[in-house]
Design a protein around this ligand. Structure first.
Ligand SMILES: [Zn+2]
Length: 256
C-alpha cells in the first residue's frame, strides 16, 4: 500500500516535470529492451550469455585476435535482437516524441527498437546491430545481407571486396563512442530543461555521465528504472517499476 502511494506521488511529480518542460530529451538503456526479451549485452550472464564474460569477448581485441569466440558470442545476441519487437515502453516514448513532449531519444541500446516503434530522432551512443563494417575498406553492409549465411549457416561475415571479417557497428570494449553521436548528445543534455531517464542503472561510463552533465547545466531529471541508480537522490521523481508499465502510464497521463 505504502509502495503504491509512493509510486503514485512519483508519477504525479514526473507528470508535472514533463508538462512544464519546454525542451526534454529521453536517455534510455538496456532496461527498456528487457521486456522485449533482450538482455543487456554488456552485463548479462544468464541464458545464452552465461558461457561468456562480455568483458573478454565483446572487445575489439577479441574481434581481431579470437574472431571465433567473438562471433560465437555475438551470434545468439544478433538472432535475439533481430526477432525482438518494441514493447509498450518503446511505443509510449515514440508517442511522447510524436506529440512533441520529448525531442530526441539518446540511447545506449544497439537494437533499433526505438526506430521500430516509430521514433524518428534517435542518437545511438553505442552504434547499432544492423550494420557490419569492413575496417579495412571503410565500407558498411546491412546485417540483413548476411542473415542467412552467418546467422543460419554460421559462416562468419566477410567483406565482399577484401575478404576481411566484418565488425558489427556496435561499440565494443576498448572502443571510443562515436564522436558525432556523443557531441550531439552532450550538446542536447546541456541545453534541455528535462532529461527523462528510462531503463538504465546509470552505471555504464562514459554514457552515464551525460545526465549528470545535463543536471550540472540546470536540467531536471526524472528516472524510470526498476532498480536504484546513483542519481536517484538528485532526481525530481524516481519511479521504480517495470518501465513497460510506468512509461505507458506516464505517457497516457500526459497525452490524454
Ligand atoms: Zn573490405
Amino acid at each position: 500500500m505504502r509502495f503504491k502511494e509512493e509510486a503514485r506521488h512519483s508519477l504525479e511529480r514526473a507528470k508535472e516535470c514533463l508538462r512544464s518542460a519546454s525542451r526534454c530529451v529521453a536517455f534510455t538503456g538496456a532496461g527498456i529492451s528487457v521486456p522485449s526479451g533482450i538482455p543487456d549485452f554488456r552485463s548479462a550472464k544468464t541464458g545464452l550469455w552465461a558461457r561468456f564474460d562480455p568483458m573478454e569477448v565483446a572487445s575489439l581485441s577479441a574481434f581481431r585476435e579470437q574472431p571465433e569466440a567473438f562471433f560465437n558470442w555475438l551470434e545468439p545476441l544478433a538472432v535475439n535482437i533481430l526477432k525482438a519487437a518494441p514493447n509498450p515502453a518503446h511505443n509510449a516514448l515514440a508517442d511522447l516524441q510524436k506529440a512533441g513532449r520529448v525531442q530526441t531519444i539518446i540511447t545506449q541500446n544497439i537494437d533499433r527498437l526505438h526506430q521500430k516503434a516509430g521514433a524518428q530522432d534517435v542518437i545511438e551512443l553505442h552504434g547499432n546491430i544492423e550494420l557490419l563494417l569492413c575496417l579495412k575498406c571503410r565500407c558498411d553492409f546491412p546485417l540483413e545481407q548476411y542473415q542467412t549465411s552467418w546467422l543460419e549457416k554460421h559462416i562468419f561475415p566477410r567483406c565482399p571486396h577484401c575478404g576481411s571479417l566484418l565488425k558489427p557497428d556496435i561499440v565494443l570494449f576498448e572502443e571510443m563512442l562515436p564522436a558525432d553521436a556523443w557531441n550531439q548528445a552532450e550538446y542536447l543534455c546541456r541545453n534541455v530543461d528535462l532529461i527523462l531517464i528510462v531503463g538504465t542503472s546509470l552505471e555504464v561510463m562514459p554514457a552515464a555521465s551525460l545526465p549528470m552533465e545535463g543536471y550540472n547545466h540546470g536540467a531536471k531529471l526524472v528516472i524510470l528504472n526498476r532498480s536504484p541508480t546513483p542519481m536517484d537522490q538528485i532526481a525530481q521523481a524516481v519511479i521504480s517499476m517495470d518501465v513497460a508499465e510506468s512509461l505507458p502510464l506516464l505517457a497516457g497521463a500526459i497525452l490524454s
